[in-house]
Design a protein. Sequence first.
Length: 63
Amino acid sequence: MLHIQLYRARRRHQALAEAIDEETRRLAPSAERLAYLKRRKLMARDEIAALERAMDAPAPQPA
C-alpha cells in the first residue's frame, strides 16, 4: 500500500513542477500562485521522503 501512496506523491510532485514551469513562462506570472505551488511541491517532497523512510524501516518484531 505504501508503494501506491509513494507513486501518487511522486506524480503530484511532478505535476506541481510542471505547473510551476508553466506559470513562470506566462507573460505576467502570479507571485501568489507561484508561492502556493512551491509550498505544495515542498509538501509533496516531504511526503515522498516520509514514505520512503517508512518503506525502508524494518518491520516491527512481535512481542
